[in-house]
Design a protein around this ligand. Structure first.
Ligand SMILES: NC(=O)c1ccc[n+]([C@@H]2O[C@H](COP(=O)([O-])OP(=O)(O)OC[C@H]3O[C@@H](n4cnc5c(N)ncnc54)[C@H](OP(=O)(O)O)[C@@H]3O)[C@@H](O)[C@H]2O)c1
Length: 255
């Protein structure tokens, strides 16, 4: 496979202070793109990632973002427009979860439901909406949404999380239509990535180990697996509207 050259491109990666987003940011910067990497609260993690990418010869600009807030999203996109004048890649990676067992319907409060749906589904839509003019401008843009196999089969940290990711999978198809032919829109449905904050909030270490053992390949996803699939999407101009599971093979997540 030919090497991916993103020199001159600008990539917005949300949630880069988290486990998967940081690795995605490293890969995209390593391919030559200038990365605009967002964090919500973890300013220290973000600063150390920016420094690390800079020391490796890449470019990474850290920006604070609360994607529940439309104002925060428009302010971020305005910074990108003014500072870089272009945007080629949007990676909708940021998300939030909390563990609520599916059977405990009463524990899934309106506040939890709203926070999850606002962060994981409305946020990616508002980001795509705000970024669309920049992404379309040069005719070769990409949106990659980071979803979950919980959006394909009814598993995950809560019903609200699973539904937010099912919505994100369909948003991928809808945006592929809306942004064609200038922007390809695709999605990665991740399986469990052990030892991330999100995985730790969803289940304890033994349950994570059991989930890994239950996959067909005996492995969950790693941040590197997710980043590699993302680069594969960025290489292609003939794939759009697709969701691919990167999960070690979870039978219920096969379509
Ligand atoms: N880890 C897994 O097992 C797993 C499995 C399936 C799918 N995924 C998906 O993979 C993606 C990355 O997950 P991860 O494991 O890297 O999670 P993580 O370590 O918890 O990181 C989540 C990221 O989202 C940011 N974030 C949270 N709320 C936000 C908000 N309101 N506005 C903007 N940013 C916000 C966090 O910012 P701060 O840290 O700065 O607060 C952090 O950067 C998510 O979409 C997740 O659903 C993960």
């Amino acid at each position: 496979m030919s090497e991916l050259h993103l020199k001159g491109n600008v990539a917005l990666i949300t949630g880069a202070s988290g486990g998967i987003g940081a690795t995605v940011a490293r890969y995209v910067a390593d391919a030559g793109a200038t990365v605009v990497a967002t964090y919500a609260d973890a300013a220290d993690a973000m600063q150390s990632l920016s420094r690390e990418i800079g020391e490796a010869g890449g470019a990474c600009h850290a920006e604070q973002l609360d994607q529940r807030s439309p104002e925060s999203i428009s302010a971020l996109v305005e910074v990108i427009r003014q500072r870089h004048g272009r945007l080629d890649i949007l990676v909708n990676n940021a998300a939030w979860n909390v563990a609520v067992p599916f059977g405990d319907l009463d524990a899934l409060s309106v506040d939890i439901w709203d926070r999850i749906l606002e962060t994981n589904l409305r946020g990616p839509f508002l980001l795509a909406q705000a970024c669309a003019p920049l992404l379309k401008a040069d005719g070769g843009g990409h949106v990659v949404n980071i979803s979950s196999i919980g959006g394909i089969t009814p598993i995950g940290s809560s019903i609200a999380y699973a539904c937010s990711k099912a919505g994100l999978n369909h948003l991928t198809r809808c945006l592929a239509v809306a942004l064609a032919p200038d922007v390809a829109v695709n999605c990665i449905a991740s399986g469990l990535v052990e030892n991330t904050r999100m995985a730790d909030r969803a289940m304890d270490a033994d349950a994570q180990k059991a989930a890994r053992a239950g996959t067909l390949l005996g492995t969950g996803a790693t941040p590197e697996d997710i980043a590699a699939q993302l680069l594969a999407f960025l290489r292609s101009r003939s794939i759009t509207g697709q969701t691919i599971a990167v999960d070690g093979g979870v039978a219920g997540a096969m379509r």
